[in-house]
Design a protein. Structure first.
Length: 358
């Protein structure tokens, strides 16, 4: 499996110099998203609330109690959670596209999403109302299911001490299909929990909280650090495993470490947000076209791009119905990412068709 156009340079002549621009866009998207919702809050009030919440120096009277709660307890954790989830999916997609040497790979290809869906669906259908280690049982079981699915796919694909990428891809698909059948069976017998189950499977950031952020943030930072350390090895691996081995890269070790880091980041993201599609597929594809194939630039670009894309989609999910008719409801963000990401990916695929072979 390879991409013939995998090593073509992007359109930007100095990709590293463009990263600060992308970061500025991330900050701008974050501030604009804080202003969007069923209640419009002036930008100055947002800055006052953030300043008061962080350094505890701004006069309390400048921001009403309602505005402070909306910003600090509802929108801010939701946006930070969206940044963590979007960046995890974006960077994971970029890594897997490098490992599989195919720009059509995405974070869920190893069975992570199906495993998380089985775990989360089990908690919903069984009606677990307790919390485990300070976070919702749905998130805990989703994380366990995601990691278990990846380990199962990995062990099925292992041939001696090696894990061929094509075999890993096929085993991940097989595990996903089997687990999808289990999810369908759960939906049949879910009864009154069917609506909650469907809403979670479609993906949403509405239940994001400071507690969930505090749980997933340290391991996500660990996963990102590991991926950054192996960025150079990933660059060499895109040339082929034999070539990488000749150039001194310990391919199997690098592959295992990267798959572990990607699986950890993706499992954590899915465990708190449900299954949000197309972020890890479309964003790395676009950033590769713009920034080029060097993973030392591509990974941070995909990280920030994933966060920006998910924040924009979540803002649309929160405000779409209010803009249309003032209805007090929101769409699952996974629906919005699919509606936007699907056609966009088809367009990109038509632009690059003929470059990929299986």
């Amino acid at each position: 499996m390879h991409s013939r156009g995998n090593l073509k340079r992007g359109k930007i002549r100095s990709p590293k110099k463009a990263l600060p621009v992308l970061f500025a866009l991330l900050v701008a998207t974050f501030l604009v998203s804080l202003n969007l919702g069923f209640k419009q809050i002036p930008i100055q009030t947002i800055f006052d609330a953030l300043f008061y919440g962080v350094v505890d120096l701004s006069p309390q009277s400048t921001v009403s109690y309602v505005d402070r709660v909306i910003i600090m307890e509802i929108r801010l954790p939701r946006l930070i959670g969206g940044i963590l989830v979007g960046s995890s999916l974006g960077v994971s997609g970029a890594v897997l596209q490098g490992i599989f040497r195919n720009n059509l790979a995405e974070p869920y290809v190893t069975g992570v999403s199906s495993g998380a869906a089985v775990g989360g669906a089990s908690a919903i259908v069984l009606g677990f109302g307790v919390t485990i280690f300070g976070t919702a049982a749905v998130s805990v079981l989703a994380f366990i299911g995601a990691i278990s699915a990846v380990l199962l796919a990995y062990n099925i694909a292992r041939v001696g001490s090696r894990v061929p990428v094509v075999t890993l891809l096929l085993s991940g698909i097989s595990v996903s299909v089997f687990l999808s059948a289990i999810i369908t069976l759960m939906m049949v017998f879910s009864g009154e929990e069917l609506r909650a189950l469907i809403f979670w499977l479609l993906g949403s950031l509405s239940s994001m909280s400071w507690m969930k952020i505090s749980v997933i943030l340290p391991p996500i930072i660990l996963a990102f650090t590991i991926i950054a350390v192996y960025a150079r090895d990933l660059n060499v691996m895109t040339l082929g495993e034999d070539t990488a081995h000749t150039l001194g890269v310990r391919v199997e070790r690098s592959k295992i470490v990267l798959i572990f880091a990607v699986s950890l980041a993706t499992a954590l993201a899915v465990s708190v947000s449900g299954i949000i599609g197309f972020v890890g597929l479309v964003v790395p594809h676009i950033t590769r076209i713009i920034f080029g194939p060097d993973h030392r630039v591509l990974l941070p670009a995909s990280m920030m791009g994933g966060a920006i894309f998910l924040m924009l989609c979540d803002a649309l999910a929160r405000t779409a119905f209010r803009s249309v008719g003032g209805i007090g409801m929101e769409l699952p963000v996974g629906v919005v990412t699919a509606l936007i990401g699907g056609p966009l990916f088809i367009y990109l695929l038509r632009r690059t068709k003929g470059r990929y072979s299986l």
